[in-house]
Design a protein around this ligand. Structure first.
Ligand code: PFF
Length: 472
């Protein structure tokens, strides 16, 4: 338990450094690593994308991650309040708090569509569990279904707004059960139990795939660097993925950082978080591609890789039902620890801003997220003609679900991260930052160079190209 920087209000917080690491890794590791990363790698030519992605994590993601956690830890308050405090102590405008405000809004929007996908994961867990009850674990998955039947599972689900809504609400309810119980009593508990279970499942399935699947083919696919494939759009996709995966630009890591005690070295901890997140993405690639390639399937990426191609592959594998169930349970654990962090951002903000109690605040946010989630679920069917941001050319033709995804990934996240790096690099008082970051000597100077120059330049580039794709 830490104390607010005014020294008066006792504040809930992580019970140890390792609890923070697990919670932050839980926030970072999610659908982004398991669904988005493999799909983006498949879409963007494999090895070139992967290596550039790792470079983005180290040179752009990690410095911003450290910046966000240090703003939160310094302020010991919700993201907006922490940002305002640091700005005030640096004699800068309190409007800098508004950056975190944008982040809070973005976290809420991501939460809404993230829980819809969480609901799909629940659906697949049910599908494989029912399959085990019916036909045991020894055969392949989805016994008796033809290729056409399997192909129809995902589109049928997307056509069924009601089922998706019920599952979305279920996922929101599971999420809020942890958030409502507080930082050390709820959020931390989820990570401390679910993350180790997640790692065991991931390693188990990957080892299984290494023996039964096309492992060396997958390694070649993911790690063969072909410089000619490193085009502008591929680089753009890699930076965007790095930010999404590390949960940056949406005040999430500021919020989690605010529960960290003064004794924790933030530089080391941020490096651990980034390392764990990147390892999981790479292992997820080595988990998924051997299975897909061995089944002779290919994927054009996108959500279909997980919800269409993989179920197909599980059908032809020994113990496919069991592996399929374990796989989707694993995805569910990862998604849950991330949705918890997404819900915590607006919850912490509202508690601070309006002086409310945690449980009713979290529940109100959950209700709002469920409503927006249900609208997103119907945007695949009944509401497919409704394009909320259709008047902006960048979001033309996008329904609610995909508009929420695009507007956060293309605008909110890069703008948030850009302003954070400018704030920490140029605006905040050096002394305050230097006391907080846990770096010294050459590493400190290198980090400062990255937040001052490389991050702002790279992020400005991403924003411009994200808004005017025709420039590439
Ligand atoms: N990093 C999460 C993932 O890779 O799935 C997504 C995410 C979680 C983004 C929390 C932002 C956030 F605040």
């Amino acid at each position: 338990v830490t104390t607010a920087s005014d020294g008066t209000t006792p504040r809930d917080g992580w019970s140890s450094r390792s609890a923070f690491v697990l919670a932050a890794v839980g926030a970072a590791v999610g659908l982004g690593n398991l669904v988005r990363f493999p799909a983006e790698a498949a879409n963007n030519g494999g090895g070139a994308f992967v290596l550039f992605y790792v470079a983005c994590i180290v040179l752009i993601g990690l410095p911003v991650l450290l910046s966000e956690t240090l703003i939160g830890r310094h302020g010991q308050a919700s993201a907006v309040e922490s940002m305002k405090r640091l700005a005030a102590e640096s004699n800068a405008s309190k409007w800098w708090g508004g950056i975190a405000g944008l982040g809070v809004a973005a976290a809420f929007m991501i939460l809404a569509f993230y829980c819809v996908i969480g609901g799909w994961v629940l659906y697949y867990i049910g599908l494989f569990a029912a399959d085990i009850v019916q036909s045991g674990i020894s055969g392949g998955a989805l016994t008796g279904m033809s290729a056409e039947d399997i192909k129809a599972i995902f589109p049928d689900l997307l056509n069924n707004g009601f089922t998706m809504s019920v599952l979305d609400v279920a996922f929101v309810v599971i999420t809020v059960m942890f958030v409502a119980r507080g930082v050390s009593g709820g959020i931390e508990k989820a990570s401390v139990w679910l993350m180790p279970a997640f790692f065991m499942l991931l390693l188990g399935i990957t080892i299984y795939g290494a023996f039964t699947g096309a492992f060396s083919e997958a390694v070649g696919y993911l790690f063969t660097f072909d410089a000619s494939k490193l085009t502008g759009p591929v680089m753009l996709a890699a930076v965007g993925q790095a930010f999404f995966s590390l949960s940056l630009g949406v005040a999430g890591m500021m919020t989690y950082g605010s529960y960290v005690g003064r004794d924790v070295n933030l530089a080391k901890t941020s490096a651990t978080i980034a390392f764990a997140d990147t390892s999981v993405a790479l292992i997820a690639g080595l988990c998924i591609f051997p299975i897909v390639l061995a089944a002779g399937l290919s994927s054009d990426g996108g959500l279909g890789l997980m919800f269409d191609t993989l179920p197909h592959a599980f059908q032809s594998m020994p113990f496919g039902t069991l592996i399929g169930l374990a796989f989707f349970v694993m995805v569910g654990f990862a998604a849950l620890t991330s949705s918890i962090s997404l819900m915590e951002v607006p919850t912490a903000w509202a508690i601070d801003k309006f002086g409310l109690r945690r449980a009713p605040t979290a529940i109100s946010i959950a209700v709002a997220a469920a409503v927006l989630g249900i609208l997103s679920a119907y945007s695949f069917n009944a509401l497919s003609g409704f394009h909320p941001l259709g008047f902006i050319p960048l979001f033309e033709g996008e329904g609610i679900f995909s508009a929420l995804d695009s507007v956060t990934a293309k605008l909110f996240m890069p703008i948030g991260a850009l302003l954070v790096s400018i704030f920490v690099g140029w605006i905040a008082e050096r002394r305050l930052i230097d006391n907080e970051n846990g770096l010294s000597g050459g590493l400190h100077r290198f980090w400062l160079f990255l937040v001052r120059w490389l991050c702002p330049l790279a992020l400005t580039g991403i924003l411009i190209v994200g808004i005017f794709p025709s420039l590439l």
